[in-house]
Design a protein around this ligand. Sequence first.
Ligand SMILES: Cc1cc2nc3c(=O)[nH]c(=O)nc-3n(C[C@H](O)[C@H](O)[C@H](O)COP(=O)(O)OP(=O)(O)OC[C@H]3O[C@@H](n4cnc5c(N)ncnc54)[C@H](O)[C@@H]3O)c2cc1C
Length: 498
Amino acid sequence: MQKYDIVIIGSGLGGLICAAVLSREGYSVCVLEKNDIPGGCFQGFKRFGRTLDTGVHYIGSMDEGEILHRCFSYLDIMDEIKLVRLNEDCFDQIVYPDQSYSYAMGEERFIEVLAKDFPDERENLQHYIKIISDIADAVTVEGFRKGKISTSNLDIFSLSAWKTIAGITQNERLRHLLSNPAMLYGGDKAVSTFYIHAMTTSSYLHGSYRFLGSSMQLTDALIRKIEGNGGKVITRAQATAIRCDQNRVSGVEVNNAELIEANHVISTMHPMKTLEITDRTTNIRKAYLSRLRSLPNSYGFFTVYLIKKKNSDPYINHNIYFYADGQDAWHRTSFPDDKGVIGVLTSMRPNEEDIRYTSVVELLTPMLYKEVEPWKDTLYERRGDDYRQFKEQKTEEIFQYVRQFDPALLENTEHVVTTSPLSYRDYTGTPEGSAYGIMKNYQNPLSTLIPVRSKVKNLLFAGQNVNMHGVLGVTLTSLISCSELLGEEYLAKKIGNS
Ligand SMILES: Cc1cc2nc3c(=O)[nH]c(=O)nc-3n(C[C@H](O)[C@H](O)[C@H](O)COP(=O)(O)OP(=O)(O)OC[C@H]3O[C@@H](n4cnc5c(N)ncnc54)[C@H](O)[C@@H]3O)c2cc1C
């Protein structure tokens, strides 16, 4: 029976970053993935001859010297991924029925561009950017060089995102605009923390990029590194039990059969799901499990992929957010009938052969699990006619929504493919098909920020439910998990000085 230093559960970004770091530092690692194909949200899937991306549209902090660029440089994968830098004068276009605005890259440019539309708000915009940077400065390359990966300053987690934005300006339209990144963390006015808002906003200001080709290339690059370092990534290997001996992890049972022994286990599954398969002999309290179970998840997405005729649609080098009258990016979870289209994010990828054109346009709208709950006991591709009708109706609602703003976006469409939170639930194992994992709550940051160290010895958590979601958040969380084994100062300095 093979024994590894570290067995990692899940081959999404969180699991692969952990494996790439630890194998690079000399540990023997094995990644277990339940699906046929690795990658989690970084997995592409083929339809009508095109590869469609599962769950990543753009990534931030990727300019040279910025934090994610540093991490990927340390892992030696920068030459293996092809990226396109988004338009620096407008990487996000935010469109209301009466007017459209631009988010520009770089802190100064961001202020300059918005100050043209809001000349009386220049000072408020400067103040907004200052507080965003003060928080984002908690995680900087400089901090890494000095040996610091994580921040332990709880005060910054206790600020409300919405109240902070509302305190910046009285101008309603500007409040809406500054709230736009809430769509990127499932923001809820009542609970969301400004820390996540600031990290997300700052990250995109410091270099927003799209993949040229599928996001799978990041998965492939990381796996090549892991295997090159002697590590293993095994697919069709579902972790069905985490075995423990005297409150210490001893291995992972795969597919209810084989046991793979390990000195440490890192799980990127939802912490509740991890603990549900962990031996009952450990000292995990029932109260802790019920608390984890009770934590609300962020919403998921309903995605419409428009597969276009060859070379018919020009590639647009920015994202477009549409909001109908009176709508903004805050998700109104407190409204029981929250079923309509609440804003649409439009994203496209340039064709690899000719970057003037795009072949797939994605339209995404937030969707609560309760909308698809009637089909919760069904399986992929066997959900029945009523589910198909539900998806067709939702697609038509989204088309009508988009037509108000830009009907040309829908033209030249050859095929339509859709996914719902149920697809994510069944594919990535994410509870309720949530896009961003556990909702962070500024009123109670300690209970929603799950520490990477679990209550079981040598069992660590990583992935989007711990600390922060998204490419930046998941990468940083993986580094925090790895630093439990390597030492924070050692790993931070290696990345900061690489
Ligand atoms: C529609 C959508 C759009 C998004 N857009 C962006 C974006 O533009 N930019 C951005 O930064 N972020 C975006 N995100 C968020 C980002 O994709 C995620 O936060 C991140 O990729 C999550 O990585 P992860 O490793 O934590 O989880 P996942 O990618 O979900 O990986 C978990 C893996 O674990 C596997 N697994 C689960 N259970 C088991 C088990 N028992 N045994 C073995 N394997 C198991 C799953 O199959 C999966 O492969 C988006 C998310 C969604 C859903």
